[in-house]
Every structure is written in C-alpha cells, then in structure tokens.
Design a protein around this ligand. Structure first.
Ligand code: GLN
Length: 259
C-alpha cells in the first residue's frame, strides 16, 4: 500500500514535470519570426568595414547588406537594428541567438554550413590581391610575401593560411582589410588578400598608392546566415528572390560603389 502510494506520487510528479515542459514549449514559442514580431525589431549582425556591402556613414551602417536587411524588416513589419562587430564572431553569435541573422558578405562554405543555415546565394565574388602601386600585377609572386588578411575570412582560411596555393613568409591578421591595407601603406605587409569589391573600394580610396588584381582563384557565393532550423530562413529567401528578380541587388551594388 505504502509502495503503491509512493509510486503514484512519483508518477504524479513525472506527469507534472512533463506538463510544465510542454506548457513552456507552447507559450514560449521557438519561432524566430514570432519573437521578432513580438519585439517589433529584427537584429542584423555585421562587420561594417567591408564596403560596398557594409560600411559606416557617420554613425550609421549602410551598404548592400543593410539595404537587403531593410527589406527583410519591412517584410516582417518591424524595425531593423544593425550590430557592428568583429567578422570572425558573427557565425558564433548567430548560432547562439545573439542576433537574428548575419549579413556580412559571408561566403557559404562547408565549415560554416555545419554551424548555421544559409539563405539563397545573392552575390558571387572572388578573392583579389591588393599590392603597392609600383608593383606589376602580371608578374607579382605571392611566394615569400608577408600577407595581410581580415581574420577568419575566406582569404585568410583558403589562401594565406594554406600552403598549396603559394607559400608566404608570414600572415598578418587584422580586424578588417582596411586596417591591413593601411599597414601595407606603412610597409608592414607586402600585400592584402580580400574579396573583389571591397578590394576595389580600398584601391579606389588609395588610387595613388595601391592597385589590385584577380589571381584567378575560385568563385565564392555570399548568403545570409541564420540559426539552424530557424523559421526566419524562408522569409529571408522570399525577400532575396524578389530582390534578385527585380534586379535590386545589382542596383544596391551600383549605389554603394558609386559606379
Ligand atoms: N567573403 C569573405 C568571407 O566570408 C569575407 C567577408 C567579410 O570580410 N565581411 O570570409
């Protein structure tokens, strides 16, 4: 009898615990879209030293990705907040929900795909090499050079830090390619590896001292990163598909390159 009572009490506790878990799951929705709508705000994570995709204009982050993000916010009927942070922490922040999505000219690759979900790809790029203006791109040899990169980028991971493409003397990692290029100007690195349009933008701002060239490496595609399984992904994809259909991504690129 005592045993039966005890068993019954135990079952009751288990049932109550189970009930409270399901109740939590029900009210505390795991829908990112619901939470964003409840908060009236969506948070984009980026690194605003990557013009034309994201850069500072006064105190505001602007650029192609900011324009896309504004359309995503509009689609959901919420405000857009942009957080400017280190590029190499964005995937981690997306993964741990310290923001709703990462939009930072992020190249889709297997390492990142293992950690986050990616939207449809909206831009194709490739890595460029920035060199001092007195160098000849046709004969430039990356072997034996001190190379500046933005830490954690594909330029860093695929080229500077591996030995099968070329063997450099040293890799110097910076918070941004702009910082790396400034160090090239100061003579502390020989060249800088960074994505095509940001490379061209940096050179445009330093036309008398720098030039850049295409070393002919593989194309890379940019996409927006969300937490794995997030219901925000179809919303982002709908917006991106529409913007691509309407030719708006090209227009944003033109607007922010001043072409
Ligand atoms: N496309 C590169 C990457 O994903 C660089 C992006 C960036 O620096 N914002 O690694």
């Amino acid at each position: 009898m005592k045993n039966m009572k005890r068993t019954f009490a135990l079952i009751l506790v288990v049932v109550m615990v189970l009930l409270s878990i399901t109740a939590c799951g029900g009210s505390d929705s795991d829908s990112a879209v619901d939470t964003i709508k409840e908060n009236g705000k969506i948070v984009m994570l980026t690194n605003a030293a990557f013009a034309p995709f994201e850069y500072m204009e006064g105190n505001t982050v602007v650029g192609v990705d900011a324009d896309i993000a504004a359309e995503i916010a509009k689609e959901l009927g919420v405000e857009l907040e942009i957080v400017n942070m280190d590029f190499d922490s964005i995937i981690d922040f997306v993964k741990t929900e310290k923001g709703d999505f990462g939009a930072a000219g992020i190249t889709v690759n297997e390492e990142r795909k293992a950690q986050v979900d990616f939207s449809v790809e909206y831009v194709t790029s490739t890595q460029y090499v920035i060199i001092p203006a007195d160098q000849d791109p046709a004969t430039y040899d990356l072997n034996g050079k001190i190379i500046g990169v933005q830490q954690g980028t594909t330029g860093d991971m695929y080229y500077a830090s591996v030995t099968d493409t070329f063997t450099c003397k040293e890799v110097k990692r910076y918070k941004s390619a702009v910082d790396a290029a400034n160090d090239m100007k100061a003579g502390r690195v020989d060249c800088v590896i960074i994505d095509e349009l940001p490379a061209k933008k940096i050179v445009e701002n330093n036309a008398d001292t720098m030039l850049c060239y295409d070393p002919g490496w593989a194309p890379e595609d940019y996409a927006i990163a969300v937490k794995k399984g997030s219901d925000l992904l179809p919303v982002i994809n709908t917006v991106l598909e529409r913007l691509m259909d309407e030719g708006m991504i090209e227009e944003y690129v033109i607007n922010h390159t001043g072409a």
